[in-house]
Design a protein around this ligand. Structure first.
Ligand code: SF4
Length: 688
């Protein structure tokens, strides 16, 4: 028994998939995972997990893991030792910087990596190379939500805790397939709706599970949410239902905002969105009758030409109705990846230092220059959307990506891949030989979350520690160590022995995280930012006002951006999103047998009407063609979609990859690709 106890180990970790941030104990013996055991102390999930958190871990021991650095030789790669790979990287980066300046290099951090690793990536870009060309994948998802919240309430995170959502009298879900994308969070809404009479309204193109459960489900025309949101807000004000005392006391800009709503009548909204006036009035009445409203939204809102403006319209509605600063109220932009919140929080953004301090602020720059002992660049850098254009025009010559599968998850991937081919030097750091790695010059083997220590920040701004379960496989290393090695080869003298030291440095610099220390995050202890110097955290934002000089929020006028226009032959609107079982391009979940055996491939959801018109049945193989590329996929006829609206899950890395079809058009305020604004035509490849 003694021997058995020595060999079986229980370690607390945090899920590496979605932004809910479930934490649990993982039981192991050697490198074998025995079971995943939820723990009542876990703040976001308690005793629940979803199928990914429970069964999605086999990838860690996959034979396909990268275990050695690889260096390109012509068309093939050869294995190399770390020393050779690091020397080559230092030599090439130095040469390109000398020839073309620091801004010829770009850096992309990962929302799969820890906060500490994102901090080091931006420190490498800014402090060692001297460029603000640093970004992360929130550019692909939630940057518009952050923008909408910065404009109106000042903090770009969920207003309260996941638990608080249960207290909302009314929940409005817009463009979020919550039951599949954020399953454990969705169960809280399902429970409150069923047991506590919480009112639920869902707006989506597709009738997913939450839509089926809703008291009212609306299917507005694609890209039109801003219109009905603004019309409902105007109607509420016109009925005298605005929260006057909240606005007088806590909100600026009401008059100008109200003027901006002039055209957003119920009639206009009905015409544009297709939602009946009656339903819009019903929504307004439900909001008026509810003590508290929480709005949950995701990519269906943000991945549009006007994603930031629609996010702003949501926040405007919440301000007008006094729905901030109390449990069960506020904004919940649901973060996709486990640490997409943290990647931005810790400065992997071209215009912000850690804690969202602006790079354009000379005082903030002076602080970093002093702390790091190097000048930091003044002008905001390129975001990852700009970086692709800069690869094409030759101004970006070198790129270092860690843990991002840009060749599949960016929009219009044919264009992205052509950009990679133009780079003079490309470093990809990953745990697998990804699609992106095919274009690299050097590939560095990293360690996944179970092989390292660090912290993740989930969608509710909550810092959680993960503990090392296994030693890094083969010669792979935790990302923070690799970044440090590269920085030191480039002349820095970083000596971090543990991620806790990185966090301490970051927390001392960024006021938002001032009191964050590892000893406060032991085991299942957590902190939600902002964290004061004495370690007091902030589960609920805006209780004592908003983070602006006068403590008042701002109503921010916005206008509807019409959807893109396509030639008539592209007559089908293509929606896209997740499947419950798989995560994004599937690099992890397809390598986890517990999952891939159950859900081996994706399928195109097509409405019975369209199936009849085009004479296809479930199982038929079709080709989708957009102005940007083609994809081939099997059909599944279902009532979940209606009319000429089809839905393709994004979880395919091959011929059915949705981003072979999407465009390079983007939200005008943040450059987040308009993944959801795409029209296609359809051809039958194989009848069933
Ligand atoms: Fe992981 Fe999200 Fe599932 Fe929780 S809900 S187990 S965080 S994928």
């Amino acid at each position: 028994a003694a021997m058995r106890e020595e060999r079986i180990k229980k370690t607390k970790t945090v899920c590496t998939y979605c932004g809910v941030g479930c934490s649990f104990d993982i039981w192991t013996k050697g490198r074998k995972i025995l079971k995943v055991e939820p723990n009542v102390e876990a703040p976001a999930n308690g005793i629940s997990t979803c199928v990914k958190g429970k069964f999605g871990w086999d990838f860690v021991n996959s034979e396909e893991r990268l275990t050695k650095p690889l260096i390109r030789e012509g068309e093939v790669f050869r294995e190399a030792e770390w020393d050779e790979a690091l020397s080559l990287i230092a030599e090439k980066m130095t040469a390109i910087k000398e020839e073309s300046g620091p801004h010829a290099l770009g850096f992309i951090s990962s929302s799969k990596c820890t906060n500490e690793e994102s901090y080091l990536m931006q420190k490498l870009a800014r402090g060692v190379i001297g460029t603000n060309n640093i970004d992360n994948c929130s550019r692909y998802c939630q940057s518009p939500a952050t923008m909408g919240l910065f404009r109106t309430v000042g903090y770009g995170g969920d207003s309260g805790s996941i638990m608080d959502i249960e207290q909302a009298e009314m929940v409005l879900i817009i463009g979020s397939n919550t039951a599949e994308s954020h399953p454990v969070l969705a169960t809280r809404v399902k429970r409150s709706h069923k047991l506590k009479g919480q009112k639920l309204v869902v707006s989506d193109l597709r009738e997913h599970e939450m839509a089926q459960r809703a008291d009212l489900f609306i299917q507005p025309a694609p890209s039109s949410d801003l219109v009905w949101l603004s019309a409902v807000t105007k109607y509420i004000i016109d009925q005298g239902w605005a929260d006057k005392s909240f606005i007088d006391e806590k909100v600026n800009g009401f008059d100008e905002y109200y003027k901006s709503l002039k055209d957003y009548t119920l009639e206009y909204a009905e015409e544009v969105t297709g939602i009946s006036k009656d339903h819009l009035i019903q929504i307004a009445e439900m909001i008026h009758d509810s003590e508290s409203l929480a709005v949950l939204w995701a990519m269906g809102v943000t991945q549009q030409m006007g994603g930031s403006d629609t996010s702003t319209a949501i926040s405007n509605l919440l301000l007008v109705t006094g729905n901030y600063g109390r449990p069960g109220t506020g904004s919940y932009p649901l973060r996709g990846h486990n640490n997409v919140q943290g990647a931005s929080d810790f400065g992997s953004m071209p215009d912000r230092f850690p804690g969202y301090e602006k790079v354009s602020d000379p005082k903030v720059r002076a602080k970093y220059t002093e702390a790091w002992g190097t000048e930091v660049p003044e002008h905001p850098g390129l975001n990852n959307h700009d970086m692709v254009d800069a690869m094409h025009d030759g101004t970006l010559r070198a790129l270092y990506i860690k843990g991002e599968e840009m060749a599949l998850v960016d929009s219009n991937v044919n264009y992205v891949r052509a950009g990679f081919e133009k780079l003079d030097f490309f470093v990809v750091q990953d745990i697998f030989f990804s699609k992106t790695a095919e274009y690299a010059d050097v590939i560095l083997p990293a360690s996944p979350s179970l092989e390292k220590e660090g912290t993740f920040t989930n969608t509710e701004r909550r810092f959680q520690r993960l503990y090392q379960v296994f030693e890094p496989l083969g010669d792979s290393k935790p990302d923070w160590q690799i970044i440090m090695d590269i920085a030191n080869r480039l002349g820095a003298d970083w000596r971090y022995e543990h991620p806790s030291e990185i966090m301490e440095e970051a927390a001392k610099l960024a006021p938002l995280f001032k009191g964050v220390r590892y000893h406060l995050l032991e085991g299942y202890n957590t902190l939600q930012w902002p964290v004061k110097e004495d370690g007091t955290d902030t589960p609920l934002l805006f209780k004592d006002g908003f983070p602006f000089p006068d403590k008042k929020a701002r109503l921010f006028p916005v206008k509807w951006t019409t959807p893109l226009e396509y030639e008539e032959k592209y007559d089908i609107h293509l929606n896209n999103g997740r499947l419950l079982e798989h995560f994004h391009e599937g690099n992890l979940t397809y390598r986890s047998k517990g999952i891939s055996s159950k859900t081996p491939s994706v399928f195109l959801e097509i409405s019975p009407e369209l199936a009849k018109e085009r004479r296809v049945v479930s199982g038929a193989l079709v080709r989708l063609i957009s102005p940007y590329g083609q994809a081939v996929v099997k059909c599944h006829v279902t009532n979940r979609v209606k009319g000429k609206e089809v839905y393709l899950p994004m979880n395919d890395a091959g011929n059915a990859a949705v981003n072979l079809l999407t465009s390079s058009f983007a939200d005008k305020d943040t450059d987040t690709p308009a993944y959801k604004d795409i029209m296609v035509k359809m051809e039958i490849v194989e009848e069933k």
